[in-house]
Design a protein around this ligand. Structure first.
Ligand code: PMP
Length: 420
């Protein structure tokens, strides 16, 4: 299968042949996109031909409702869907295929977890988050805290953009029921020592939830080695289709959660006045799933494994280091997050002291450079930093140093635009 995908062309060991990786992503050879410098992979990644073709092939050849029909086409579709689940379990080293719950996105996974745990919480219980969480790992807990009168506590972010883990033993108490943390900050780029935090949190008996939306596909990720109870990520951030996400958990932990969405497929028995639930993972999979996306996603995982997660991490670390070095040479640019590329993933947020990030992004776009500007769904963090917005350049396996050079040129252009 892999040689069919043209993946055997990658030398190993050694740096990925970036020219060839980019060739696998049709958008970069699309005539209208010739000038595109895509630096917004943290929002969503571009899609390789393998994934696009896998999804189209499914609709062309095997499309049918999964887990429903008593006919061959549906059985085949179901088989592919369940094989894809097992493939995701192997990719993140989850304990079993049943550890993998198909959901819509990271956002849905965390809402499912927060609501699923509600029945085990009581007023006064504490939830420990960090000051660098994305709204997806913040607002569901705020909603739950309001509803159940829980108390939210936060691991502080230091001036240097790390988490202040010296506070951990004070912040964790016998009332801490949940610790929910990002693996990689989508604003600061900070790589969080999730295994270390999970180990300490477990000593306090807390349920540990990891938001891996920015880590997945950018570095090796081993669910069992992290030692968390639950982990969430979205396929679209790691070269898969949108509308597909995952909630990962040991089956016995998933068993403890109440289902969040009711409907078809998630039930065992239904009466006019009562219902019981199907076993995990189906208990969380109400309604007709996005089977095309689920079945296409393993093609993205094939690509990631062919290139190698260690090599992808080294590539993005190199790009982060190069970006930091170039940005630091620009006097009016201020960088958010750690200045050591070993401590950060493949994204760098920054601002120009004299240009609003939205104006900056618009001017960069004139040069074909696509960056994100705004609060990146992390308003409290921006407020803490004394900002309302920042610009963010984020990378993927197809990003090159030429892309960073184009960003730097475009920043010079923006500066000259405002000073002429
Ligand atoms: N967490 C983090 C750290 C993210 O960066 C994002 C996406 N920006 C999310 C959660 C939410 O992901 P999704 O929109 O796919 O649900």
């Amino acid at each position: 299968m892999k040689s069919e995908l043209g993946l055997s062309a990658f030398p190993s060991p050694g740096r990925p042949d970036l020219g060839r990786v980019r060739d696998l992503f049709p958008i970069f050879s699309e005539p209208r996109r010739k000038k595109l410098v895509y630096l917004d992979s943290a929002s969503t990644s571009q899609k390789p031909r393998l994934v696009i073709d896998a999804e189209a092939d499914y609709y062309r050849t095997t499309n049918a409702s999964v887990h429903r029909g008593n006919y061959e086409l549906s059985a085949e579709s179901t088989q592919l869907y369940e094989q894809a689940r097992a493939r995701v379990a192997a990719f993140v080293n989850a304990p079993a295929p049943e550890s993998v719950v198909y959901v819509r996105s990271t956002t849905t996974a965390i809402n499912t977890i927060a609501n699923g745990l509600a029945h085990r919480l009581k007023p006064g219980d504490e939830i420990l988050l960090t000051e660098m969480e994305h709204h997806a790992n913040l607002v569901p807990w705020i909603m739950l805290a309001k509803r159940m009168r829980l108390s939210l506590r936060y691991i502080p972010v230091t001036e240097a953009g790390d988490l202040d883990l010296s506070m951990l033993n004070t912040l964790l108490t016998r009332k801490t029921r949940v610790v929910a943390i990002t693996h990689l900050s989508n604003v600061l780029g900070t790589i969080v020592p999730v295994a270390e935090i999970a180990r300490t949190a477990k000593q306090f008996g807390a349920v540990v939830v990891i938001d891996a939306a920015q880590a997945i596909g950018h570095m090796p990720l081993d669910f069992q080695a992290i030692g968390a109870d639950l982990l969430a990520f979205s396929a679209h951030k790691c070269y898969g289709p949108p509308g597909l996400g995952f909630m990962i958990g040991a089956p016995e932990i998933l068993d403890l959660l109440e289902p969040f969405e009711g409907g078809g497929q998630m039930i065992h028995k239904v009466f006019y006045d009562d219902a019981t639930w199907a076993p995990v993972p189906q208990k969380f999979e109400a309604g007709t799933p996005n089977s095309g996306a689920a079945i296409a996603f393993p093609a993205a995982l094939d690509l990631l494994e062919a290139v190698g997660l260690e090599r992808i991490r080294a590539h993005e670390r190199d790009l982060a280091g190069y970006t930091l070095e170039k940005l630091r040479a620009l006097p009016s640019i201020k960088i958010l997050g750690p200045l050591d590329p070993d401590k950060r993933g493949g994204l760098v947020s920054f601002y120009d002291e004299h240009i609003h990030p939205h104006d900056l992004a618009t001017l960069l776009d004139e040069r074909g450079v696509a960056v994100r500007a705004g609060h990146h769904c992390a308003q409290p963090l921006h407020r803490k930093l004394g900002l309302t917005a920042s610009a963010r350049a984020s990378f993927g396996i197809y990003t090159t140093r030429d892309d960073i050079d184009a960003l730097i040129d475009a920043l010079h252009f923006a500066r000259s635009y405002f000073t002429r």
